[in-house]
Design a protein around this ligand. Structure first.
Ligand SMILES: [Zn+2]
Ligand SMILES: [Zn+2]
Length: 310
């Protein structure tokens, strides 16, 4: 097999397009694709200070690597943002991978921890098992979102890039369909800039297949943590992931079609926006009324774990 771009020895066939590529041309194609996504949706502006949310998994390390590669012309000022959720025996490895790549690229690294922000770590927050009203992942997601915002404020950035890929996008869309959550279908529209939140979030990998992000990480020699979080119980999401992968195997390009459909639906829903958020009565951050999600979850944890500061 011969690479269609350089005539070198190819090793990878992009099934949905038929392109046959060698390693370096594949890597270049991912960088190029990311650049096009960023410009298509106007995600980042020239000279802008950009916070890259890096957990130390393959997706976020690849995103950092790609944005840095794109930065040959000093387009953006990158700052790495990492949240330490506090999961003993699991989080240390990925924290090290994040720090190592950040050092290698000579970037600033802002790290915030749940412990420091909320007074407890994730191990503590999830210590109550029986009567939990929310899943581990949705609770952790609420805390992590706020923590990344906090890291971004400390870093002085106005935009946060996260590593959600095309598969994440389509899975989230389908999960919202399955939960009957029509309002949320509008949330994935990348063109929507929510003026109620000071920090804009962008997803430069939203048009790249998860397997291609993994391949990019592998070819770039990025050491990443492959074990998943011990608290992760994906249930429905992993069924949706398997189903989408089966569909894609039988019908190459299906995920691209689903993304395009999802984006069209979400842009129509987001156009008819619901009520504007109001400040949380406790912390002042945007909420749909009364307490924001973070304050609600914090209260739940404090009630159930009889939290006492040390
Ligand atoms: Zn090539
Ligand atoms: Zn609040």
């Amino acid at each position: 097999m011969v690479c269609v771009r350089c005539g070198g020895k190819a090793f990878y066939t992009r099934r949905y397009s038929g392109e046959v590529l060698c390693g370096p041309c594949f890597q270049a194609s991912i960088v190029e694709k990311t650049r096009k996504t960023i410009s298509r949706y106007g995600m980042l502006r020239h000279g802008e200070k950009v916070g890259v949310a890096v957990s130390g998994g393959k997706d976020s390390l690849s995103l950092l690597h790609v944005l840095h590669a794109l930065n040959g012309t000093r387009r953006y000022q990158l700052v790495v943002l990492t949240v330490d959720e506090g999961v003993e025996g699991y989080r240390e490895e990925s924290m090290e991978h994040s720090a190592a790549l950040t050092r290698e690229l000579g970037l600033e690294h802002v790290i915030v921890s749940y412990k420091e922000l909320y007074g407890f770590d994730l191990d503590h927050a999830l210590a109550w098992k029986d009567e939990r009203e929310v899943s581990s992942c949705s609770m952790c997601g609420v805390f992590r979102r706020r923590a990344i915002d906090e890291a971004a404020v400390r870093a002085g950035v106005s935009v946060i890039a996260t590593a959600h890929n095309l598969d994440d996008y389509v899975q989230t869309f389908m999960m919202n369909l399955m939960h009957g959550d029509v309002e949320r279908l509008g949330w994935i529209d990348p063109r929507v800039v929510d003026t109620d939140f000071p920090l804009h979030r962008v997803k430069p990998f939203m048009e790249i297949y998860e397997e291609e992000v993994a391949l990019y990480a592998h070819l770039s020699g990025l050491p990443f943590q492959s074990a998943s979080c011990p608290y992760m119980h994906e249930g429905l999401r992993s069924e949706v992931r398997d189903y989408l992968n089966e569909l894609e195997a039988k019908h190459p390009g299906m995920k691209n079609v689903l993304l395009s459909s999802a984006l069209q639906v979400s842009s129509r829903i987001s156009a008819s926006k619901g009520p504007s958020p109001v400040p949380c009565t406790l912390c002042g951050q945007p909420s749909s009324g009364g307490l924001c999600n973070v304050c609600r979850m914090k209260q739940l944890v404090e009630q159930h774990t009889k939290y006492t500061p040390d």
